[in-house]
Design a protein around this ligand. Structure first.
Ligand SMILES: [Fe+2]
Length: 191
């Protein structure tokens, strides 16, 4: 097993709702080669906690490569934010999203992600959120560029009155109504 990524608070700053907010020094760790070439390749561990009111999350990315990715939730209480690319006449318009889906995650859930979906994991529990995934194709800066420019996904997940709530990211245009689903419901949608 190798340490692939360690994402500090400072590195997450470009995509935070409030870049000045205090929070955990390290947001998440990604380890690779976790099962020696078997089904799962990477393990991601997200700290519990918030940056200001926003829950700890992964940076968020799209896939430049047309391969599918599957996540398995191992432990913790999370949310997977999914935003579907919006196209006009075949041109991708990154400032707008076709759909925004908030998938609640429980241990044992498996979620398939296809190329049209940008995605970010968010820890809304009181303990580390741990996931496995099978992505072996690496990433290029282009996978992260648009999300970095727009300072995050189309919505932020924030703590309000003790529970998780959503906050639109004003850098996007015409937000769709966010849709709330379980992993099983999302699986039916992408079949
Ligand atoms: Fe991915």
């Amino acid at each position: 097993m190798q340490i692939k990524t360690v994402r500090s608070k400072e590195e997450l700053t470009p995509v935070l709702l409030n870049p000045e907010a205090d929070g955990p020094d390290f947001a998440y760790w990604v380890f690779s080669e976790i099962t020696g070439g078997k089904k799962w390749e990477n393990m991601t561990i997200l700290s519990p906690g918030t940056y200001g009111e926003e829950f700890v999350k992964t940076f968020g990315h799209y896939h430049s490569d047309p391969f599918e990715e599957t996540y398995l939730v191992v432990s913790g209480k999370g949310i997977l934010l999914m935003q579907k690319k919006f196209f006009i006449d075949g041109s991708w318009i990154p400032t707008k999203v076709e759909r925004f889906i908030i998938v609640s995650l429980s241990p044992g859930d498996e979620i398939l992600i296809t190329q049209e979906w940008g995605h970010s994991l968010c820890n809304v529990g009181n303990e580390p959120l741990i996931t496995f995934d099978n992505w072996t194709h690496g990433h290029t800066p282009a996978d992260y560029d648009q999300i970095e420019k727009l300072h995050g996904m189309a919505f932020y997940i924030v703590r309000k009155n003790g529970t998780a709530d959503i906050e639109p990211n004003p850098n996007y245009n015409d937000h769709p109504n966010p849709e709330f689903m379980t992993a099983a419901e999302f699986a039916k949608l992408t079949k």
